[in-house]
Design a protein around this ligand. Structure first.
Ligand SMILES: Cc1cc2nc3c(=O)[nH]c(=O)nc-3n(C[C@H](O)[C@H](O)[C@H](O)COP(=O)(O)O)c2cc1C
Length: 363
């Protein structure tokens, strides 16, 4: 057994379909190599480039739009709470377009049974991954005792992960911070990762900042606690067989490529939302694709039939256009494009010719 697995008391578990797929002939090749195969087999770059879960931003329209720009980036839903799936309108929360794959469902919650139920629903709906939010510092989330405050309870997180892994065959992953409040002791995050990995989590998305639970708003919590990429790099060194994805403050290709030399993946949030065409480079730079990137105009053209179909199905035009305002970010005519697409009267008319006009304006 590998040192990592021994340290975490991990036992090879063939009980879920996901593991079973990756553990052929374990009796022949030995447990060490079988575990190695799990890690190696899954990766080649699945988490290499991800767009972050962002509440109110990465809804299904936004994800569909991102997918028109990159075929390969991994997309995450906004956080959906396990109680909302237990008691709410499940199709409204979970429906998505098949074009969005690979797409992960992010869950919020702290009850293993409830999370297992939510994960099962997510898998049934076709999500490629179930991610547990252990990084959100909002008051509302703290009231529910989940999000970032779960980092203080690694054993509970491990129980949640175990319950979800028992329930589904797709990977169960965790997104978390590097510390809580003023605590900047590396041992805290190292032990968190160690305990949760012991429950079988193999992919950790690390927002390289502490979460400050009292006194900072969620927005301030994304800006004020200092970024510490060294901590994330160190996690990768200490847990070489885990997939470690770095998140926080990555604002362009220089930063992405620099950090990818040390970790397995990069996750972008705000930069991808405000300048989505940044994603256009991903398929060639990181995934070796040779097809040319779609042009901005090509993206707009591909969005039109989607927008028409969605509006015919009852969606609002603004619900789609609000996510695409940054498509021409930094390009001549970009401001005009933005202004046109924000025209309240025309948005009310819900006529997709607004998209055509906005495209003409930048050409
Ligand atoms: C509007 C907004 C909503 C967010 N909602 C979530 C969320 O639902 N779940 C989550 O784990 N993180 C959420 N985050 C945090 C991001 O996923 C990410 O960790 C953070 O923005 C840092 O990455 P960035 O610097 O690339 O933006 C949100 C961020 C923003 C800006």
């Amino acid at each position: 057994m590998t040192a990592f697995a021994r340290k975490n008391g991990a036992t090879p578990d063939t009980g879920t379909p996901h593991r079973a797929r990756h553990l052929p002939h374990m009796w022949e090749i030995g447990i060490d190599s079988a575990i190695q195969q799990v890690t190696n087999a899954r990766v080649p770059g699945e988490w290499r480039f991800c767009v972050a879960p962002m509440m109110d931003w990465t809804d299904r329209h936004c994800r569909y739009f991102f997918r028109l720009i990159s075929k390969r980036v991994r997309l995450y839903t906004e956080m959906i709470t396990a109680p909302a799936l237990a008691h709410g309108d499940v199709p409204r929360h979970l429906d998505f377009d098949p074009a969005e794959h690979p797409v992960a469902l992010q869950l919020g919650g702290c009850d293993p049974g409830e999370l297992a139920h939510a994960a099962r629903l997510g898998e049934r709906w076709g999500y490629d991954e179930i991610n547990l939010n252990c990084g959100c510092p909002s008051e509302r989330v703290q009231t529910g005792s989940f999000g970032a405050c779960l980092m203080a309870e690694p054993k509970l997180v491990a129980d949640c992960v175990r319950a979800m892994r028992d329930a589904v065959g797709v990977p169960v992953t965790v997104k978390h911070r590097i510390g809580l409040d003023a605590m900047d002791d590396y041992a805290f995050v190292r032990d968190f990762v160690g305990v949760v990995a012991g429950a079988g989590c193999e992919v950790f998305i690390v927002h390289a900042r502490n979460a400050v639970l009292k006194g900072l708003s969620p927005k301030e919590n994304r800006e004020i606690p200092p970024l510490r990429y060294d901590v994330v790099r160190r996690l990768k060194r200490d847990f070489p067989t885990l997939t470690i994805v770095l998140n926080g403050g990555l604002d362009g290709w220089d930063a992405i490529e620099r950090e990818l030399a040390f970790v397995d993946g990069a996750m972008l949030g705000r930069a991808a939302y405000h300048d989505p065409y940044l994603l256009a480079e991903a398929d060639r730079r990181l995934f070796g694709d040779t097809a040319p990137a779609p042009s901005r105009a090509g993206v707009m053209a591909a969005l039109l039939p989607y927008a028409s179909a969605q509006i015919a199905g009852g969606a609002s035009l603004r619900g789609i256009t609000r996510h695409i305002l940054g498509l021409y970010h930094g390009v001549r005519g970009g401001r005009h494009f933005r202004r046109l697409l924000s025209d309240a009267a025309r948005l009310r008319d819900a006529d997709t010719s607004l998209l055509v006009d906005a495209l003409r304006a930048v050409q």
